[in-house]
Write a protein that binds this ligand. Structure first.
Ligand code: FES
Length: 116
């Protein structure tokens, strides 16, 4: 993550609760969309907030996600994803993945990485 060139500010690290997640509106290279930003065990991961099953947002309310241990569950039909990889490990799109968004972190600042 740290070797990527920072291009656009996304949020502050302090906006993301430890072992939690938030949703941030971002302008990506292919348009504006919601991005899930997860923080766990000192790692930060970001994914497009679009479920590969039916293209819906994964949160049950804006920025509120179903998190358990190291997984994230889509609130629509229950697909379960690994937080660290975005891989779906259970539910209707098992084997598919969330689209990872590259990040660059400097201090408390989280930036979209190159290619985001
Ligand atoms: S839209 Fe996410 S499981 Fe169906």
């Amino acid at each position: 993550m740290d070797t990527l060139v920072r291009v656009k500010p996304l949020c502050h690290l302090s906006d993301i609760p430890e072992s939690g997640a938030t949703a941030v509106d971002a302008v990506l290279h292919d348009g504006a969309d919601s991005v899930i930003v997860l923080r766990r065990d000192g790692q930060v991961h970001a994914y497009l907030n679009v479920c590969p099953h039916a293209g819906r947002r994964l949160d049950y309310a804006p920025g509120k996600f179903l998190l358990r241990n190291d997984t994230l569950t889509c609130a629509v039909h229950g697909a379960t994803f690994q937080q660290a990889s975005g891989l779906c490990i259970g539910g209707p799109c098992c084997g598919d993945s969330l689209r990872e968004i590259p990040l660059c972190i400097e201090g408390d600042e989280v930036y979209l990485g190159e290619g985001a």
